[in-house]
Design a protein around this ligand. Structure first.
Ligand code: 5MM
Length: 331
């Protein structure tokens, strides 16, 4: 999952999220359109073989077949990539904490994991959502309930021989500055690793999918790439045990190029400070360009594949600290 030069494609948009993405390109979100779009990505051999170690799927996709009847899971496996599955059931209102969420999906998870293993999944993902709003959100209660669920999920995954990706996403929505993001991320990660320890989760078989330490989107002072890289690495060195094999970032609403530049800055400027592989598990930052190029038309599939291959290659270079903005222009 964190092989050198590779990262993860997050293609696990739930029905509501993929509809939003398709609305933006004026494409109806039908089962066939979702299949055609994802099949186009998974058939991009250059990207899949060279840059994508694994693909996170949604329940519908792990059961779907390509137009020629080949299971989509097989397309991924044939490209040398690993199929994974999102197993959470989404973030729901947290009782007694207005404005905060807790991720649900633990009921029946043991049985669902056994089925997903049979369907080919070898890793899973669970996303907790931590919002920053004013001084009182997030509450300690919100973080505690979310990391407790993350650890319960991770323990069940390991019991099922499935590698858990734990994703505690501190959102970049809002006007908070980078230091507030640092504090909330630090507290969240400390709480998460305490809970993983308490529930006997083997860190050697766990992958972390976090946000970067970054300014809120509406913050008037936006931190530079160098500051994001420095503060993210510092925060993680203080909270993430070295036993963990890898950290794969979410893009969280950063532009395609920002997400690549920030990852590159960590790997290029801080290589000797990193006990773990630092890579990507991007959804939007890998898919925005191919979605736009595709626009729901079969004749655009080669253009969509070229756009996906380009972003995959740029992010692959960023995992090695070998990306530069000149290479973007070359693509
Ligand atoms: C691809 O989007 C994933 C699914 O989101 P929903 O459950 O809300 O539909 C999401 O979990 C994604 O894997 C992460 O947020 C990373 O994606 P970004 O776009 O932030 O890189």
């Amino acid at each position: 999952m964190v092989a050198r030069g590779k990262g993860i494609l997050a293609a696990d948009e739930s029905s509501g999220t993929i509809k939003k993405r398709f609305d933006a390109i004026n494409v109806e979100s039908t089962e066939d359109n979702r299949r055609d779009y994802r099949e186009t990505l998974f058939r991009t051999r250059e990207a899949m073989e060279n840059s994508i170690s694994g693909v996170i799927l949604f329940d519908e996709t792990i059961r779907q077949k390509a137009k020629d009847g080949t299971p989509l899971v097989k397309l991924i496996q044939d490209a040398g990539s690993i199929p994974g599955i999102k197993v959470d059931k989404g973030a729901k209102d947290l009782a007694g904490a207005p404005g905060e969420k807790v991720t649900e999906g633990l009921d029946g998870l043991r049985e669902r994991l056994a089925e997903y293993y049979e369907l080919g999944a070898r890793f899973a993902k669970w996303r907790a959502v931590i919002d920053i709003a004013g001084n009182d959100i997030p509450s300690g209660y919100c973080i505690a309930t979310n990391v407790h669920a993350l650890a319960r999920y991770a323990a069940l995954c390991q019991e099922a021989n499935i590698v858990p990706i734990v994703e505690p996403e501190v959102l970049m929505d809002g006007d908070h500055d980078i230091d507030r993001c640092y504090d909330v991320t630090e507290y969240t990660l400390k709480s998460l690793f305490d809970e993983l320890y308490a529930q006997d989760v083997a860190l050697e078989g766990t992958i972390l999918k976090p946000n970067m330490v970054i300014s809120g989107k509406k913050c008037p002072t936006q931190a530079s790439t160098a500051e994001i890289a420095e503060k993210t690495v510092k925060c993680f060195r203080e909270t993430v045990p070295a036993a963990l094999p890898g950290i794969v970032f979410l893009s969280g609403g950063q532009s395609d190029e920002e997400a690549t530049a920030n990852l590159n800055a960590m790997n290029a400027g801080h290589a000797d400070e990193l006990p773990w592989a630092l890579s990507f598990s991007y959804g939007r930052a890998l898919q925005a360009a191919p979605q736009k190029a595709w626009a729901g038309k079969a004749e655009n599939e080669p253009a969509a594949q070229a756009a996906f291959a380009h972003r995959a290659k740029m992010n692959s270079l960023a995992t090695l600290g070998e990306w530069s903005s000149d290479l973007e222009k070359a693509g």
